[in-house]
Design a protein around this ligand. Structure first.
Ligand code: FAQ
Length: 313
């Protein structure tokens, strides 16, 4: 009797740029790698609602409030698509949320920095969504079908978010001297944390080798970080505000900018849970989860009732 070589089928799919789907055979480490990355990504979207949510009630106009509200709701939707994609790998929503709420799970370091002024909302859309898109465009071609498809929709929405942020920055940078100073201050504070979003340098990134081999990621952390810097410098020039890096310099031979790396010790410290807002973010998530218990119970009771009715029919 011939045996099926599942691993060979998996490798052939990767080689042919075909998707791996939930019911396909996959190596256990591929599955675990994806659960780790996709769940961290989902947590980032959900926790990422908090710094901006802080400004919904203080937006400077009704239009600004509507746009910000829509953006924050989109982030909630992104979290839900991504939790669903992770569930298709065999992990439950409860397990993922438990890991987030107890501080075991990681989420993007960027969301542990505070939003001090309205210009920060501009800087988040411009830089944080800008960095997120830079990373997520390649994830649209990730090898795992549900993750890739979730990314297509997420990228469309992130583009709107990036424009929302850049519009705020444009208004402030071309506004009064005080507004321009706020725009500069926001850039000063969000620049290096945004560079950290791409993860540690390639040489210190334990997950990159497998991620690239399995086509979960298509490009390395450093490669994407470089592309983000090259794209953002011209946008800052247009705003006539300065990137807070004395070493920023065009390098003709690599056709890109040389720039100072972020403080990787600060990054490690934030990821360990010791950033300015880590504690506050986890408390806010736990509070929201506990206060939403009745909604989950009502939804479960409704689903049970519907099920009983359809079985009886
Ligand atoms: N923060 O070996 P690598 C958004 C961890 S979405 C915290 O390089 P990998 C939308 C990493 O998990 C933003 N931890 O790991 C939005 C690993 O730890 P582990 C989120 C980080 O996976 C906008 C360890 O360091 N985007 O912003 C970070 O190959 C505005 C070693 O790192 C995604 O999640 C970090 N910055 O590469 C929402 C995209 N970087 O698990 C609201 C998907 C690294 O071994 C408002 N994820 N770590 O214990 C990815 O592409 C990758 O997971 C990377 C990291 C690039 C984040």
């Amino acid at each position: 009797m011939s045996t099926i070589d599942f691993e060979a089928i998996f490798e052939a799919k990767l080689a042919n740029n075909e998707f791996i789907e939930p019911k396909d055979w996959m190596p256990e480490n591929y599955r675990k790698h994806l659960i780790r990355q996709v769940s961290q990504h989902a947590h980032s979207e959900i926790v990422g609602m908090l710094p901006e949510g802080n400004w919904i009630s203080r937006a400077p106009s009704l239009r600004a409030k509507l746009v910000l509200l829509a953006k924050v709701q989109d982030e909630g939707g992104h979290g839900l698509y991504l939790y669903t994609a992770a569930e298709s790998l065999g992990v439950s929503r409860d397990e993922m949320l438990e890991a987030l709420h107890t501080g075991k799970a990681k989420y993007s370091s960027i969301f542990n920095y505070p939003t001090l002024t309205w210009a920060d909302i501009g800087a988040i859309g411009w830089l944080v969504d800008g960095a997120a898109i830079m990373n997520q465009v390649m994830l649209q071609r990730s090898s795992y079908g549900p993750y890739s498809r979730a990314m297509v929709r997420i990228c469309k929405e992130e583009s709107f978010h990036q424009r929302q942020g850049y519009e705020i920055m444009t208004r402030m940078a071309f506004g009064t001297p005080d507004q321009k100073e706020m725009a500069q201050d926001a850039l000063n504070r969000w620049w290096y944390p945004s560079l950290m979003m791409f993860g540690p340098p390639d040489a210190e990134s334990p997950n990159s080798e497998n991620a690239l081999k399995w086509r979960i990621k298509r490009e390395s952390n450093d490669h994407l970080r470089q592309r983000f810097v090259d794209q953002t410098v011209v946008q800052a020039e247009y705003l006539n505000i300065s990137i807070p890096d004395k070493n920023l310099k065009w390098n003709e031979s690599k056709k890109g900018y040389d720039f100072s790396p972020p403080n990787w010790e600060e990054f490690k410290n934030v990821v360990k849970g010791n950033g300015i807002c880590n504690k506050e973010r986890l408390e806010a998530r736990n509070k929201a989860h506990n206060e939403g218990a009745w909604v989950r119970e009502a939804a479960a009771a409704y689903a049970k009732k519907q099920n009983q009715l359809s079985t009886a029919a």
